[in-house]
Ligand binder design. Sequence first.
Ligand SMILES: *Cc1c(COP(=O)(O)O)cnc(C)c1O
Length: 400
Amino acid sequence: MNILNTNYDLLPGSYLFSTIAKKIKEYQGTHENADIIRLGIGDVTSPIIPAVIEAMHKAVNEMGVKWTFRGYGPEQGYDFLREAIIRGEYTSRGIDIDPDDVFVSDGSKCDVANIQELFSADAKIAIPDPVYPVYLDSNVMAGRAGTLQADGHFSEVTYLASTAENNFQPDLPKNPVQLIYLCSPNNPTGTVLSRETLQKFVDYANETGAIILFDGAYNCYIRDENLPHSIYEIPGARTCAIEFRSFSKTAGFTGVRCAYTIVPHELGKLRSMWNRRQCTKFNGVSYVTQRAAEAIYTPEGWEQTKAVISGYMETATMIRKELSSCGYTVFGGEHAPYIWWKLPDGEKSFDFFDRLLATCEVVGTPGSGFGPCGEGYFRLTAFGDHEQTKVALQRIKERL
Ligand SMILES: *Cc1c(COP(=O)(O)O)cnc(C)c1O
């Protein structure tokens, strides 16, 4: 008897970033004086803002005093943070969310990976292509994706192609699905789903009984106030959509760990199932971390947070501008820290990775790692040091 979950055997090779790390290591092994600039990182680099650090110090001190010490907190998060999130993120955009519908967690990666266990094993899923790999992989592990075909698609998954041809606004699924993942602003394309596109998906979900799993990890990077920041800006979304948000990219919490998921009470049983799931398998985010997250929403915290994001977006603007001036076609980078570079002459994205490393000693991420439709594209991020990024762009201009 095989006691292991054989669905794990269906997962595609090694994780994208470990493949890349291996290639870089090999290059360094043969080029002693390599001066590699990394524009592939999907991690923030700016330090935590002072307002947050101050709140953390204060909370740490409270933990050392008998009267203010805290042990286990509520699994759903402390009220002070749930209410700060609603005020700072939703009320401010005219969206009414009940504090009981906010579930604080230690990361959106776990939330988007865990949510699928609320659904039946034969529920059919649709995922954007290309997209953050966690949605697909978590469903492969659960046995919901079928098997990997020669063309790079899983047999039971509906792919929502998002390419330059459809302006990164995917069509509705062609065959019936019960779960629809959406990510806007999208990682890796850096593009935003329009109000019309979201309305189309919400209407489809309400008509068919499907559930939308909306990942808004980059909502704070949206510069245009008229673009939808939350799925709940779309009429009808409360009866069909769950929203995931994270402080990771918003406030440099990739190492601190704090996020939240909104499951509106209009979703009925799903909300109580998520509550039950979290109460059984999760024991809450540390008090210090939740005080840290709360401080983002103070006036100083918000100003400082916006300043860091503006810094990354200046880098994004520079990347866009420089690559465009070299005659390349680029997408994203206007409302997200990602630039999606269309490779000329149909070059394969992994071949381009090798060429860029060899000629410019610049590292990015091959688009095909995010789904079959990512082939022929390359992701650069604006999270790197501004001056270093400038040097990288100069090299691209001169040597590529
Ligand atoms: C970075 C990222 C997240 C956030 O993950 P955390 O676990 O909160 O750090 C979620 N979704 C996408 C698309 C991301 O790129």
